[in-house]
Ligand binder design. Structure first.
Ligand SMILES: NC(=O)CC[C@H](N)C(=O)O
Length: 416
């Protein structure tokens, strides 16, 4: 089956072979390639004409997307299920993928979002006590078209030098020129407004774990939210009400939340005007605000700053950033292709008072966080919730909780 570039990959019915494999996969060590007798040829064609040959990994068919690379050594399941990768073909630079299989606990959302998957060498066996399925089985079950090829290093270096671009993987088209024509007709990531394609249809609530009392209510605007973010807030005593992307500022404020969170998500922040308006409504009200990744870009725009596309982005689990106030360095999990342009040399004026760049990426000087100095609002371009990645920056959630505490105390003092 083929996944088109704009529709989410449909759930693909398992093949008889995969079914048989599932039944025999009762142990946690399983052959990962046993369900495929013949290797099916596949091609990867880039917008600029570069062609890579490999074999099918996952579902057979044809798929399009922006091709990007991820440098994390672990966390493939979190990558696949992160909604921010919607419409992207992800290349894993780690050479051996699938070793720990797939389980029902590590997913960051209810499905795989990458539009295509490129690996060097799929693991031949799965060996992990938590594994429930093989990776290839999961890719097939969800209709995700992938390719295994020996040149992932050459491919990554090409994208680093030329920048990310559109691409396609196909097991049905054998003529690269014909496939390239379709790549050139597929949509660009610049200008793509995608939150509406990934957001929850209905609001839902994430409650603190047993034994943790509820201290705050947080409204979370789901622009493509990862499951771990409301979890990190819930662990700190927040009851998190997750809301569809189109929820207005009035509707959010009517819930009387202690704080408002704007999530990560796919697409170009420059195309998300409606969300920028929503955030301005929250800033006007003075309610404490936290943004992560896409949420950081939206905060930049709400403050009147511009966003721009990076040549090849940051996707991995070991990106160093420096906190400007303290000089402290954090190793962070990141996944972004756009960034905010802001003055790096100290506080600057915005319609909401003074703001500053709170973190700077140490690899390339990119803005990795913003903080308002006169209102309770902060955001990070990196992922303090990790999933996967280091937990260095989890104190961002503590700062948000401190902002909500101070805001509540100030409101109570004003009322008294
Ligand atoms: N993880 C994210 O929120 C990504 C934000 C945005 N889509 C980007 O690529 O920069």
């Amino acid at each position: 089956m083929s996944t088109s570039h704009h529709a989410p990959a449909a759930v693909r019915l398992p093949t008889a072979a995969a079914d048989a494999q599932r039944q025999s996969d009762q142990t946690t060590t399983m052959p990962a390639e046993g369900n495929k007798n013949v290797q099916v040829p596949a091609i990867l064609v880039l917008e600029d004409g570069r062609v890579f040959h490999g074999v099918s990994f996952g579902a057979e068919g044809e798929t399009f997307g922006e091709i990007v690379f991820h440098t994390g050594m672990t966390g493939y399941q979190e990558v696949l299920t992160d909604p921010s990768y919607h419409r992207q073909i992800v290349v894993m630079t780690a050479p051996h993928i699938g070793n720990t299989g797939v389980n029902d606990d590590d997913a960051e959302s209810h499905r795989i979002w990458v539009s295509g998957y490129v690996v060097r060498e799929p693991s031949r066996i799965v060996s992990n006590w938590r594994a429930q399925r093989t990776l290839e089985e999961e890719l097939r079950r969800q209709g995700v078209v992938g390719i295994a090829l020996s040149g992932t290093r050459a491919l990554t270096r090409h994208l680093r030098d030329k920048g990310v671009m559109r691409a396609a993987i196909s097991t049905v088209e054998t003529d690269p020129d014909k496939l390239r024509e379709r790549v050139l007709a597929s949509p660009q990531m610049v200008g793509a407004n995608l939150a509406g394609e990934v957001t929850t249809a209905e609001p839902y609530t994430v409650r603190p774990p047993d034994g943790v009392p509820v201290r705050f209510t947080v409204a979370a605007v789901d622009l493509g939210i990862k499951a771990m973010t409301p979890q990190r807030l819930a662990e700190r005593g927040c009851e998190v009400r997750v809301l569809p992307a189109h929820t207005t500022a009035e509707q959010i404020l009517a819930l009387n939340p202690d704080g408002v969170f704007f999530s990560n998500g796919p697409g170009d922040p420059a195309a998300a005007d409606a969300v920028v308006e929503t955030m301005r409504g929250i800033l006007d009200a003075g309610t404490p605000l936290l943004g992560i990744c896409f949420g950081n870009q939206i905060l930049g725009r709400a403050l009147g700053l511009e966003t721009y596309k990076l040549p090849f982005g940051h996707r991995g689990a070991n990106h160093p950033v420096r906190e400007t106030r303290t000089g402290r360095v954090y190793i962070t999990s990141q996944n972004h292709g756009f960034a905010v342009r802001a003055p790096l040399d100290g506080p600057f004026d915005t319609p909401y008072g003074r703001a500053e760049v709170s973190y700077i990426g140490l690899n390339d000087g990119v803005v990795e966080g913003l903080r308002l100095l006169d209102r309770p609002a902060l955001s990070t371009q990196f992922h303090p919730e990790a999933a996967s990645g280091p937990h260095d920056a989890a104190d961002v959630f503590d700062t948000f909780v401190e902002m909500m505490t101070a805001h509540r105390q100030a409101r109570e003092a004003a009322r008294a």
